[in-house]
Ligand binder design. Structure first.
Ligand code: 15L
Length: 277
């Protein structure tokens, strides 16, 4: 894919101060000189050429101001783990709606939305899944990510916005434990998926898995490959590290059965035989 070094193309990147944002900023900056970072708090150590505009996703006027004049939005902002309902509601439901609606009003053409594996976390690990199946969230957080995907579909179908949802596994330099051997994605590979979302000419609405080339994957990511995704990260290269870390964590009678892991076992009151499809 060609580099689009067009500084006049305003691309807004929400959640720029978060964990993923911090990892990928140095990779995105040289590709997209018109990138505008946004978050509630300014990231530490802005790189030369990086611009920052503060915005709280729960405040429609602030969201409107940051997306004004934007061509595209990379939406990673919001609450990134399970949390109390009000926190999830504000950041991931109201905040996500504010973002899509402000983007529509501003004439934004493309949105890349950071969804999560937790939208489908109650699928069992023994089952390989694609993206054309019912969501099975494992948490309030997972429900909010399914909501964001649904909102993306609505804005694509009703308003012609080009929306790519990345159902992200876990981003980092290497997989943190045995579960992450199946869902890990390197910072380089997630940037590759973001570029597809920002540039691919054939996208209307897509959901793809944000995973590297993991031999133990639970996900059929063939649609991402059709769109040109060629992940370079391989979780198996880090198996020894992941297994050593897993030994320190121990087992989880519920979480170990399902893709979402500890998000499934948290607050769990069901009979495990009755959980998941
Ligand atoms: C996520 O969606 C979270 O944002 C991240 O913090 C991890 O918990 C990740 O999922 C995971 O499943 O490992």
């Amino acid at each position: 894919m060609a580099d689009i070094k067009d500084a006049s193309r305003r691309i807004v990147f929400t959640g720029a101060s978060g964990g993923i944002g911090t990892m990928i900023r140095p990779l995105l900056a040289p590709l997209y000189p018109g990138l505008v970072l946004s978050d509630r708090v300014e990231p530490k150590n802005l790189l030369p050429g990086e611009t920052f505009v503060a915005a709280d996703l729960t405040k429609p006027d602030e969201v409107a101001a940051v997306v004004k004049g934007a061509d595209s939005v990379i939406h990673l902002g919001g609450y990134s783990v399970e949390g109390p309902w009000d926190a999830i509601l504000q950041a991931n439901v109201i905040g996500c709606y504010n973002l899509f609606e402000a983007a529509r009003q501003a004439g934004v053409k493309r949105v890349v939305f950071a969804s999560s594996n937790h939208a489908v976390g109650f699928y069992p690990r023994r089952r390989k899944i694609g993206t054309d199946l019912t969501v099975r969230p494992d948490s309030r957080y997972g429900v909010s990510k399914a909501f964001g995907e649904a909102l993306g579909a609505l804005y694509s179908d009703k308003h012609g916005m080009v929306v790519t949802c990345l159902r992200i596994g876990n981003v980092g330099p290497r997989p943190l434990d045995v579960r992450r051997l199946s869902i890990w994605i390197s910072p380089q590979d997630i940037v590759q998926l973001i570029r597809i979302g920002l540039e691919h000419p054939d996208i209307r609405f897509e959901i793809v898995y944000g995973a590297s080339d993991n031999a133990a994957s639970w996900w059929d990511n063939s649609r991402a490959r059709q769109l040109g995704y060629r992940p370079t990260g391989k979780a198996e290269d880090h198996r020894a590290h992941a297994e050593a870390e897993q030994a320190k964590i121990g087992s989880d009678a519920v979480g170990d059965l399902f893709q979402g892991g500890a998000f499934c076992s948290a607050e769990f009151t069901n009979d495990v035989k009755r959980a998941g499809p």
